[in-house]
Structure formats: structure tokens, C-alpha cells
Design a protein around this ligand. Structure first.
Ligand code: APR
Length: 237
């Protein structure tokens, strides 16, 4: 990889980066909650049918995330953010572990679990209650509140998507960490970066549909592999 690769870095993270902090992934063995799979609860239809059930799941996840700490992978990305002038961290994660590790430029493509939105007024605001005093929570106008996250079948915030696409335009290094790379449009971001000439590195405990596109696939836990990778990249500068 050319020395100048560290000038402009874009990172895409997924649930796997938070595994070692104790946050379960969506797919695979640990991606279960009671008898439900995340994909069955994270839909507008599920919320319409049973807002209490969906909110119980979010309340459980919020409590879990509140008790977790950023791991070495989050901290490494925060250091990269401080180090590199042109750096964008795109995450599919709705937890706040990147921000708590000190990352400043975070694009949360799928929203933020610490924000809620009124279904009638569409206004979103912060809510850090753990546990929620009332399930399902309601707005002062009387309507239901929902998590301010993007569910299956919903569109992403167009501004965030534009920021993500613009970031990959001039990017020299695209780093993809802990995502199964199956959910669109997030999964298209690294492919787009690669098409535009970026060097693509994937860090995951297993190969993904993105692996054949990658210039390097690093197989291993992110909290172990990212600090090593960053040390190597800095040396190459
Ligand atoms: N280090 C690196 N990668 C890991 C680790 C680890 N310690 N543990 C698990 N992984 C990898 C898994 O191999 C898998 O490829 O993390 C990935 C997690 O995949 P998913 O659970 O599918 O999570 P993600 O890709 O973020 O899902 C995308 O789907 O359910 C929706 O909106 C939700 O944002 C989410 C989106």
C-alpha cells in the first residue's frame, strides 16, 4: 500500500466491532433474544403489531449497551480519527461506543438507540432512561414514541447516505470491520470505495461476501487485530 494511503481513510463498522464489549451481533448464534431474531423485531410491521414487545427488546438492548465499555477496536478508531485529517467513520451500529471511545466524525447510518422519535410529529430527541419508566413510551402529545433507528424496509437518512458516498470519493484506504456486509445500502459503500481506487482491508472473524473484493482480509477479533493493523499502517507512513 502506498505511503499516502493514510491521508484519507474511511471506515465502515458493524455489530462485530462491539462483540468484545459484550454487545451481541444480529446474525449468528448470539443474535437471539428470547425466541425472536433481530430481523423479526426491527421492522415497522413488528412495531405496529406489538409496540410493547419491540420496546421491551430495545429496553433490554439499551440496558445492555449502557453497561458495556468501548474496546480496543473502538479506541484504535478514535486514535485514527485524531491522527488523520481526512477521516470518516461510518457505522451501522446504533450503540454509542464509538463516540464514548472518543471518535468525533461518526456517521450512524442506522440511527442511534439513545434517540426516540414521536410517530405523530416525527420529532426526534435524546432519551437515556435505563430502564424506561413506561413501555411503550409516549410523547407529550400522547402519541407513541419509537426508537430513532432505521428498521428493515425503511429508508436511510439521505443526508447521511450522501455523506457516506462523498467520503468514499477521494478515499485512499477503506477499512471494513465486523460487518456481515449483507445489508444494503451500507454494504455497497466499500465496493464503491474499491471501484474508485481505494485500498480495501477487511477485519472480521470470518470471510464475508465482501472478502473477494478486499486487498487484504484479516481474520481475527477486531479488538486484537485493529491495534496491530494501525501500528503497521503508522509504520508504513
Ligand atoms: N471481530 C470482528 N468481527 C466480528 C467479531 C469480532 N470480535 N465478532 C463477530 N464478528 C463479525 C461476524 O463474523 C459478522 O460478519 O461481525 C459480523 C456481524 O454481522 P451482523 O450481526 O450481520 O451485523 P451487521 O453487519 O452490523 O448488521 C448490519 O443489520 O440487523 C441489521 O440494522 C442492523 O446494523 C445492522 C445491520
Amino acid at each position: 500500500m502506498a505511503e499516502r494511503s493514510l491521508d484519507s481513510i474511511v471506515v465502515l463498522t458493524g455489530a462485530g466491532i462491539s462483540t468484545e464489549s459484550g454487545v451481541p451481533t444480529f446474525r449468528g448464534e448470539d443474535g437471539l433474544w428470547r425466541q425472536y431474531r433481530a430481523q423479526e423485531l426491527a421492522t415497522p410491521g413488528a412495531f405496529h403489531r406489538n409496540p410493547t414487545l419491540v420496546w421491551e427488546w430495545y429496553d433490554w438492548r439499551r440496558g445492555l449497551i449502557a453497561g458495556c465499555e468501548p474496546n480496543a477496536a473502538h479506541h484504535t478508531l478514535a486514535e485514527m480519527d485524531r491522527y488523520c485529517q481526512d477521516f470518516v467513520l461510518i457505522t451501522q451500529n446504533v450503540d454509542d461506543l464509538h463516540q464514548r471511545a472518543g471518535s468525533r466524525r461518526v456517521v450512524q447510518l442506522h440511527g442511534n438507540i439513545w434517540q426516540v422519535r414521536c410517530v405523530a410529529e416525527s420529532t426526534a430527541f435524546e432519551n437515556h432512561d435505563v430502564p424506561l419508566p413506561q413501555i411503550p413510551p409516549t410523547c407529550s402529545c400522547g402519541a407513541l414514541l419509537r426508537p430513532h433507528v432505521v428498521w428493515f424496509g425503511e429508508s436511510l437518512d439521505p443526508d447521511m447516505l450522501t455523506t457516506a458516498y462523498q467520503a468514499v470519493e477521494g478515499c485512499q484506504l477503506m477499512l471494513v470491520v465486523g460487518t456481515s456486509a449483507v445489508v444494503q445500502p451500507a454494504a455497497s459503500v466499500p465496493v464503491m470505495a474499491k471501484d474508485r481506487g481505494a485500498y480495501l482491508i477487511e477485519v472480521n472473524v470470518e470471510r464475508t461476501p465482501l472478502s473477494p473484493w478486499a486487498d487484504e482480509v484479516i481474520l481475527g477479533p477486531a479488538a486484537e487485530e485493529l491495534p496491530k493493523l494501525w501500528a503497521r499502517l503508522k509504520e508504513a507512513m
